[in-house]
Design a protein around this ligand. Structure first.
Ligand code: SF4
Length: 392
């Protein structure tokens, strides 16, 4: 196996290697104590007018969401940005892979800005291109590469999406993972096709077992930190799903034990979770779905109903505020924000917007043309899937 680059926060492009990378903000980053931050953000946004379009992911802080022109999951936001070609600047309040997707889907003249470059995603960082290429070579050595279709979750870096595009695979979201995986299976007619699913093992396993009728034993986990993924050629040959050993640090926290506790404490409670949760948690849940599914389910729920929600805490808190007629609890004993999503705060948003007003495009996220071309192939295959919404 080749030496791989360090996975976390690979965004500083070589600067500040000894410390957390990518956090540099040239010029003045306003202090969080500045009492005029809201006014400053509003003034900068007004000054930019239609030239700026601010995207706010559902997991962002309220202080940031209030300035979003549109909210949603990452794929919806990227498409919303593409539908606003008049907006020269797309300020993405989300994480790095989302800004990359927006750059891929928007036009050449639109520039995508991520207010804090340290807003990465630990799940996306768990699959680096060199590691995936090593795994692909190992699949060839095991004599099965021709049977394997690579599929990556939207929550992956642009170069992993491009890898899938180059190798006959596609991108999926948590809403369309089953349809995407059925499509992938059908790409090897006459044989038992296999899937290399990147980078979230839980979404892969939950989809394979709970939606596609496979079993846990049909899945193996490829550990990029072990020689040959920690798997023998025989194990690879027997598997239908090769799940990359990645997970979301937020959704991975929810536990089956807390589900049991809540059911005991609140008879009649409904457990609603995201499919990035572990298989054990999903098995115990009443409903499983994307962030959009979670929002719509709560909107449609009857007054007085009781819910425990297993997704990022900013979204759960917002749902609780927006639906005071329903009882909503968080599916974890502890506070559980996405720490990288929370990197985008009001000082960074003000800093990015005021720089744009001054004519400086800071923290631009730009995907190189070759990667963009191949990633688009994988994204387009997803868009061409029949009859499913594309939400994560
Ligand atoms: S919630 Fe999980 S998948 Fe989403 S950005 Fe945070 S670490 Fe990544």
């Amino acid at each position: 196996m080749s030496t791989v680059d360090l996975p976390l926060l690979p965004l500083g492009k070589g600067r500040d290697l000894d410390a957390e990378r990518g956090v540099e903000c040239p010029g003045d980053l306003p202090p969080a104590s500045d009492p005029h931050l809201v006014e400053r953000a509003r003034a900068a946004k007004e000054a930019l007018g239609d030239k700026v379009f601010i995207l706010g992911h559902h997991y962002q802080r309220d202080e940031v969401i209030q300035f979003a022109d549109v909210t949603g999951d990452s794929f919806k936001l990227a498409r919303d940005a593409a539908a606003r070609p008049d907006a020269e600047y797309i300020v993405f309040c989300g994480v790095h892979f989302m800004a990359e997707s927006a750059d891929i889907l928007t036009s050449e003249r639109q520039q995508v800005v991520l207010p804090d470059l340290a807003a990465g995603c630990s799940m996306a960082d768990m699959a680096r291109l060199r590691q995936v290429e090593d795994a692909w070579d190992a699949l060839a050595d095991a004599g099965i590469q021709d049977l394997v279709v690579p599929v990556t979750y939207m929550n992956s870096s642009a170069d992993i999406k491009a890898f899938c595009g180059r190798n006959g695979g596609l991108v999926c979201t948590s809403s369309n993972a089953d349809v995407a995986l059925e499509w992938a299976m059908a790409q090897r007619p006459g044989v038992d096709a296999k899937i290399l699913f990147l980078p979230d093992q839980h979404l892969g396993r939950n989809t394979a077992v709970l939606k596609m009728g496979l079993t846990v034993d049909d899945c193996v986990v490829w550990d990029p930190m072990k020689k040959n993924g920690g798997l023998t050629p025989e194990e690879l040959q027997a598997a239908r799903f090769i799940l990359w050993k990645g997970h979301c640090s937020v959704h991975g926290r929810f536990s089956a034990a807390v589900v049991d506790e809540l059911r005991e404490q609140h008879p009649g409670i409904n457990i609603l979770v995201h499919p990035e949760c572990t298989h054990e948690v999903c098995l115990k849940a009443d409903l499983i779905g994307s962030t959009e599914f979670i929002i719509k389910t709560i909107e449609a729920a009857p007054a007085g109903s009781i819910w425990a929600i297993g997704t990022e805490l900013n979204l759960v808190n917002r749902l609780r505020t927006d639906h005071p007629d329903k009882s909503i609890v968080f599916l974890d004993r502890n506070v559980c924000f996405c720490s990288t999503m929370n990197r985008i705060d009001l000082p960074h948003l003000v800093w990015a917007l005021e720089n744009l007003v001054a004519g400086n495009v800071v923290n631009r996220i730009e995907v190189d043309p070759d990667t963009e071309r191949d990633a688009l192939v994988a994204l387009q295959r997803m868009l061409d899937l029949p009859g499913k919404s594309h939400r994560d």
